[in-house]
Design a protein around this ligand. Structure first.
Ligand code: 48H
Length: 257
């Protein structure tokens, strides 16, 4: 078979254009591709929702690859372990309700499982703004992450969605944008409350409790929940992230339209 460089180029551009155009008006956009996002995407896509994830970095997976301080292992607790087991991640029972997993295996399998369920993942794209109509979020505004890195003055483009999930981790970037541009969030003070110091037991519970709709049609998942609602961080235990991802999917699936 002869190999032609221009055919390779054309196939890449054609495939990207088709998939990108199909992704311009969807059910759910998720900002960030960490563990909470990937769990939410898997459940939403499995239920038939059109789901698109935009991830700023080249590598999806967020903070999971590095385990704890780059020791490539994570901990999950009893009540969340099924969320890794159901995608084939091998767990070691460490006793007392603690389980460990290889952080690289867990990250790789979570990405694959979300995509296999039907979610579409675009990497190297940053969510830099939202669309708001009638005081409701109606989509996101995106740009190549490289544009940001290079400091280029290039206008972004827009993607419409029924719901947006802020799964951008500690920074809670989408909620910050909405706070700046639209004012009040559904938090105790109406503002972003700020993440608190390490307290794993409380942080893990609160991440799930704080998985809510923070502005009409804007949900928050994962670490961003505790940043927005004001609760502790928890270090390299990831059960709360997985349970938050599942909960946000359930909240959206319960919505009428
Ligand atoms: C597109 C963006 C943008 C943007 C950021 O941090 P993550 O892994 O997210 P979670 O919440 O699923 O998991 C948190 C967990 O990894 C963690 O940090 C824990 C448990 N910490 C505890 C502690 O005590 O420190 O992933 C977020 C992803 C990243 O890949 C970012 O690159 C990406 O979101 N991202 N993508 N547009 N504006 N902002």
């Amino acid at each position: 078979m002869p190999i032609d460089e221009v055919i390779i180029t054309r196939k890449i551009v054609e495939r990207f254009s088709k998939e990108f155009i199909e992704s311009l008006d969807v059910d759910v956009v998720i900002a960030g591709a960490g563990p909470s996002s990937l769990t939410a995407a898997r459940y939403l896509a499995k239920a038939g929702k059109r789901v698109v994830i935009f991830e700023r970095r080249l590598s999806p997976g967020g903070g999971m690859w590095g385990g704890g301080m780059t020791f490539p292992a994570i901990v999950v607790q009893e009540e969340s372990k099924h969320l890794l087991e159901e995608i084939g991640v091998k767990l070691t029972n460490e006793g007392g309700g603690y389980y460990t997993a290889d952080s690289v295996e867990a990250s790789a399998k979570m990405i694959a499982a979300a995509i296999d369920a039907g979610a579409r993942l675009f990497n190297a794209i940053t969510v830099e703004d939202v669309m708001i109509r009638d005081s409701k979020v109606t989509g996101v505004v995106i740009n190549w992450s490289a544009v940001d890195v290079a400091g280029l003055h290039v206008d972004p483009v827009s993607v419409r969605s029924k719901y947006v999930i802020d799964a951008t981790g500690h920074a809670a970037e989408v909620c910050r944008i909405v706070q700046t541009k639209a004012g009040k969030l559904k938090t105790p003070s109406g503002r972003i409350e700020g993440e608190k110091s390490m307290w794993a037991e409380v942080g893990e519970k609160m991440t799930v409790k704080n998985t809510v709709e923070v502005f009409p049609n804007l949900y928050v998942a994962g670490m961003a929940c505790n940043a927005v609602m004001g609760a502790p961080r928890m270090g390299p235990i990831f059960g709360g992230m997985l349970l938050s991802g599942k909960k946000v999917a359930e909240l959206i699936l319960r919505r009428k339209k």
